[in-house]
Design a protein around this ligand. Structure first.
Ligand code: KG4
Ligand code: ZN
Length: 337
């Protein structure tokens, strides 16, 4: 008999619910995004995100059960993103999960959003088991994480300023390419030369940390200086060169982390893991180092509830449950699980 987990995710602008069997098989994954309502503001507006979550959460959960062909009686656990994220947005998912857990009399499992992103790899690759070393890169986070076992994480490196996705979003905005920036820069870069402009890559001695604020400033300076000289800006070259600088450091640090941990398996996770240049660079460098690479397909890289249900399945096996007094936590460290 399979253990079915209902996952609920509402930490940013995606309202999502999913049913996953045994932490590995996606039976349904419903994602309602409020992206269109944020676009005109150039980023996610927390108040709008919360309102949109509240409007659709009930129907998203109902559709997740329906798509999976199951009833509440079939569900073993309810997993929900408790944090980190936008507090008003998180509260909608947490309140819904608590209400359902109470009404259906099911155990409630608190899930860390990044643990969810990492677990997307368990859905993509049924053969993947810990230990492995994972690069988690999203709009809000850039971490290198050692996954020593299910639900056991050590942070080996992190950004000291902007997250990788944030850097993509800010540069895209400066280039007038709209929001979110990652997918459009990824597309534009395909027509550009990654070596056209040499942007700085920040590396720290004896550390796997990242920093992208210097790179961001360098790109903005390049554009201002070029415009001031009356020169022409080749958008595709700027995108390709900026993307190269981000991807080069991310991939180098991930390979260095695997050398440190001794893991032969490395994984990518989070929205930026959908980036084609990042996947290409990681695959190339991993091949040279004799490492095996895992990466979720794009829809499992960006926010979704199937990854939360997978993480909740393993958290429940580890005995991690919460009561109805559970609250959302906007800042929650992966190491405080
Ligand atoms: O994981 P995610 O959906 O949400 C957070 O937890 O933050 O990640 C969203 C981020 C955005 O910054 C978006 O620009 C970036 O992921 N992103 C990409 C790509 N697709 C999404 N960045 C680079 N290349 C992509 N193809
Ligand atoms: Zn995310």
């Amino acid at each position: 008999m399979s253990l079915l987990t209902l996952g609920i995710e509402s930490s940013c602008d995606e309202t999502s619910a999913a049913v996953v069997a045994d932490g590995r098989v996606v039976l349904s994954d419903v994602i309602a995004s409020s992206l269109e309502f944020h676009k005109q503001y150039g980023g996610v507006v927390p108040e709008i995100a919360s309102r949109k979550h509240a409007e659709v959460i009930d129907s998203v959960v109902a559709k997740a059960l329906d798509d999976a062909g199951v009833t509440p009686a079939d569900i073993s656990n309810i997993g929900v993103t408790r944090g980190p994220g936008l507090i008003g947005a998180l509260l909608v998912g947490v309140s819904a999960a608590k209400a359902l857990a109470y009404v259906w009399d099911k155990p409630l499992v608190p899930v860390h959003h990044l643990e969810g992103h990492i677990s997307a790899n368990f859905l993509q690759s049924p053969e993947l088991e810990p230990p492995f070393t994972c690069l988690v890169v999203s709009g809000g986070h850039s971490h290198i994480v050692r996954v020593s076992d299910y639900g056991k994480f050590t942070i080996l490196g992190r950004t000291r300023d902007d997250a990788a996705g944030e850097a993509f979003d800010k540069i895209a905005r400066a280039l007038g390419l709209g929001y979110p920036g990652g997918p459009v820069i990824d597309r534009e870069a395909k027509g550009g030369d990654p070596h056209a402009i040499r942007f700085p890559e920040t590396r720290f001695p004896d550390s796997l940390d990242f920093s992208f604020s210097g790179l961001k400033t360098a790109v903005l300076n390049y554009m201002n200086n070029t415009r001031a000289r009356g020169g022409e800006i080749n958008i595709s070259d700027v995108c390709a060169s900026f993307q190269y600088a981000v991807v080069d450091v991310l991939s180098d640090n991930l390979i260095a982390a695997a050398e440190m941990t001794g893991d032969i398996k490395i994984a990518l996770a989070g929205g930026v893991a959908a980036n084609s240049a990042l996947k290409e660079a990681v695959n190339r460098k991993a091949f040279a180092a004799g490492l095996e690479v895992f990466c979720p397909k794009p829809v499992l890289c960006t926010d979704n509830a199937a990854m939360i249900a997978s993480a909740a399945h393993y958290a429940a096996l580890n005995g991690r449950f919460a009561g109805s007094d559970m609250n959302a936590v906007a800042n929650w460290s992966l190491e405080d699980l």
